[in-house]
Design a protein around this ligand. Structure first.
Ligand code: C2E
Ligand code: MG
Ligand code: MG
Length: 432
């Protein structure tokens, strides 16, 4: 649809972002909505979290880096849409001719895009945002439209970080969630059918810096949209698709283990397993089959399970665990220390590896209590003959502190973020 744009002067541009400023944005919305050809208009109002905290704790430079990165990312995902900086940490994407369904789809992409970490010195900033959406109603004024988008943003903020609320079209947030789940389910079907599943590998290094294992982390990419596991694994579990995803992951992970051993390497591949997979009666057999087909040795694969799974009351889960132990495959306790961990459980769990949850590491280097807990876990794990890994290491200072805790191995963005399979061998070669 043709829309007429007003002339933008220097006074209507925000210099930090190159977006329109508040006055310029309001003027443009006014122009579009008063155009007799205007059949639809939607606004996506984004509020960034914690900009004030970043400015206050790291300085305005960090705040500027944060804003520059994020506005660039938003711009690249929004095609020809116009943007306006409506406040210090609030931005509005103006979508002439688009309805709220389109705006919602785009807003989900923005939200995911915002969440990628931003490097700043030896820190990684973890942005998050909330979004309010409003679409123009017949005869509505610009100010009412903006007020509804603003109020939708406030409702999103009240619901907690990372939420989207659409104003006025009667769909409560729950309905949006349900719709998003359907979209993800569709994407998973399409990824399984036509390709779109990928494994990224995140190295785990020993205290001598040598890579001892690669953790396989699944990614789903459909139509250029990358869906992270935190979104698609719960949907896959709910819909039963997890069994096909799990088999795909086992087949691909063991294939990589085979490539590694063929190249003379003894690096292990660690594969995550969720409860719904272990609750499938045939799970241990499918692991066995994947090992046979790929021809890899048992000690080249490790399965990562959260602590609660080892203690799960279901007979099928316990039968699978016993069968896996009989095979001799090594098991790792993932995210140890979260939930209701009990140290006494460690004696019964019989895992070879224990991965301390990243929440302990995040609190380093300053938090002495986390440091004491890590040291105690490291000592206990060592005495029980387990390899103790610290995960989620993001900075040099965390790494330095961890080196003196007795922890055996290290994993996190500080070593490297997960690497797509295509770049993995090059990374490994450069590392040695
Ligand atoms: P996890 O097994 O604990 O994996 C570690 C997660 O932490 C990964 O997120 C990884 O990208 C992220 N991470 C690594 N280093 C850092 C760091 O320095 N800082 C921070 N903040 N994060 C870091 P990802 O890939 O999004 O995976 C999330 C979770 O999804 C995994 O947690 C795992 O439980 C599950 N998952 C991933 N792939 C699979 C899979 O193939 N099958 C199953 N069942 N679950 C999977
Ligand atoms: Mg894991
Ligand atoms: Mg973990």
């Amino acid at each position: 649809m043709e829309t007429c744009s007003p002339e933008f002067t220097l006074a209507t541009i925000d210099f930090a972002t190159g977006f329109l400023n508040r006055a310029g944005g309001v003027e443009l919305i006014e122009q579009i909505s008063s155009n007799p050809n205007c059949q639809a208009l939607s606004l996506i109002w984004i509020g960034l979290d914690r900009l004030k905290q970043i400015n206050e704790s790291l300085g305005y430079n960090a705040g500027d880096t944060f804003i520059t990165h994020l506005t660039l990312r938003l711009r690249t995902k929004s095609g020809r849409a116009r943007w306006c900086r409506i406040g210090g940490d609030e931005f509005v994407c103006i979508l002439p001719g688009k309805d709220s369904a389109y705006a919602l789809q785009l807003a989900s992409i923005f939200l995911r895009e915002v969440q990628h970490p931003i490097p700043f010195g030896d820190l990684l900033l973890h942005p998050s945002a909330c979004i309010g959406i409003a679409s123009l109603e017949k005869g509505e004024s610009t100010y009412s439209l903006l007020a509804r988008a603003d109020s939708a943003l406030n409702s999103a903020k009240n619901t907690g970080g990372g939420h989207i609320v659409v104003s006025g079209n009667g769909l409560p947030p729950k309905t949006h969630l349900a719709r998003r789940e359907l979209e993800i389910e569709n994407n998973l079907h399409s990824a399984l059918e036509y390709g779109g599943l990928h494994l990224h590998y995140q190295p785990i290094v020993g205290s001598d810096g040598k890579v001892i294992a690669l953790e396989a982390l699944m990614r789903c990419m459909v139509n250029g949209e990358v869906i992270p596991p935190s979104e698609f694994i719960p949907v896959a579990e709910k819909t039963g698709l997890i069994s096909r995803l799990g088999e795909w992951c086992l087949a691909s992970g063991t294939r990589l283990a085979r490539r590694l051993s063929d190249s003379g390497s003894r690096i292990k591949v660690a594969i995550n397993v969720s409860r719904s997979q272990l609750a499938l009666p045939h799970f241990s057999s499918s692991v066995h089959a994947a090992l046979l087909i790929s021809g890899v040795m048992l000690d080249q694969i490790e399965l990562e399970l959260t602590e609660s799974l080892f203690l799960d009351g279901s007979q099928t889960v316990q039968d699978n665990l016993s069968a896996l132990r009989r095979t001799g495959i090594s098991l790792a306790i993932d995210d140890f220390g979260t939930g209701y961990s009990c140290l006494a459980n460690l004696k019964d769990i019989r895992a070879k590896t224990i991965k301390l949850d990243k929440s302990f590491v995040t609190a380093l280097p300053d938090d002495q209590r986390s440091l004491s807990i890590i040291k105690a876990f490291a000592q206990l794990g060592s005495e029980l003959g387990m390899t103790v890994i610290a995960e989620g290491i993001e900075s040099q200072s965390q790494f330095s502190v961890l080196r003196n805790t007795g922890v055996h191995a290290f994993q996190g963005y500080y070593v490297t973020p997960p690497i797509p399979e295509e770049g993995l061998f090059q990374w490994l070669t450069q590392r040695t």
